[in-house]
Design a protein around this ligand. Structure first.
Ligand SMILES: NC(=O)c1ccc[n+]([C@@H]2O[C@H](COP(=O)([O-])OP(=O)(O)OC[C@H]3O[C@@H](n4cnc5c(N)ncnc54)[C@H](OP(=O)(O)O)[C@@H]3O)[C@@H](O)[C@H]2O)c1
Length: 247
């Protein structure tokens, strides 16, 4: 049997990249996407050479068409779709600007949905779809309203999609990281001193007392991708050091 094929959106750094490395180690043929030329160049250097890196902006439906076409040509089909591309922006409601709002919705929500729609004809029956959501979908944080809303939108799609795709035995699940030290918060638009304070406050709310690692999230994604999770669908698994359940 040919090796299974996995597409990871936002697979050029952090959680997506760690998942690409792990799935590659476990025998998958892996394709990752990202949009920043510098991150792409770094990923091309550090990922195993068999991992295919494609530049595609999650906001662009024509980029998504191009990714799907390239996978069709090179691999013929897909077994695992890890919808992970995402951004975080923190601004109080009074200061939130429309462009940032639109960016969050387009990358974190619209991009995920249409990537699934467009990849679906390529996805084999019995395949696995995993969304990266985040415990922030259901927990409050000052400045995080719109980021949380896009995550909440993803989370609320999971049960309907799981039911809709069950006749094809395609499982649809979500993984919800707690704080993971990937550098995503450094891109959130906070000044450095506020960033440091936010990091300390965040860790103080994690029962296990530390940030998670990308590899720890990747392990759960790899489980959901595998036949070991063959009876798991419509679920959201928090990987948060307990932050998802603490007050
Ligand atoms: N780290 C955490 O604490 C945490 C917690 C909860 C949820 N999450 C979620 O986990 C996911 C992965 O984040 P991470 O922490 O691993 O951060 P990261 O290292 O910044 O990874 C984000 C990935 O998404 C890609 N991406 C961003 N905008 C994109 C766009 N418009 N088109 C295509 N790709 C795009 C990035 O590529 P480029 O560099 O090319 O933009 C990168 O590969 C995100 O959805 C994030 O919201 C993270």
């Amino acid at each position: 049997m040919p090796a299974p094929v996995a597409l990871i959106t936002g697979g050029t750094s952090g959680i997506g990249k760690a998942t690409a490395e792990l799935l590659h180690q476990r025998g998958y043929r892996v394709i990752v996407t990202g949009q920043n030329p510098d991150t792409i160049a770094a990923a091309e250097k550090s990922l195993p050479e068999q991992v295919v890196v494609i530049r595609a902006d999650a906001r662009s439906l024509s980029d998504t068409d191009r990714v799907v076409e390239e996978i069709r040509e090179r691999f013929g089909a897909l077994d695992v779709l890890f919808l992970n591309a995402g951004i975080v922006r923190s601004q109080p409601v009074g200061a939130f600007d429309e462009a940032t709002f639109d960016d969050l919705v387009e990358v974190d929500f619209k991009g995920q949905f249409f990537t699934l729609q467009k990849a679906l004809p390529l996805l084999n029956d019995g395949g696995s779809v995993i969304f990266t959501v985040g415990i922030g979908a259901t927990r409050g944080m000052a400045g995080g309203s719109v980021t949380a809303a896009t995550r909440g939108a993803l989370l609320s799609m999971v049960p309907s999609l799981a039911i809709e795709l069950a006749p094809r035995r395609i499982r649809v699940n979500a993984v919800s990281p707690g704080p993971v030290d990937t550098g995503i918060w450094a891109k959130a638009g906070l000044p450095p001193e506020q960033l440091e304070m936010a990091a300390e406050a965040t860790v103080s709310r994690v029962p296990l007392g530390r940030f998670g690692t990308s590899r720890e999230i990747a392990e759960v994604v790899a489980f959901l991708a595998s036949d070991a999770a063959g009876y798991v669908t419509g679920e959201n698994i928090a990987v948060s050091g307990g932050a998802g359940i603490s007050t």
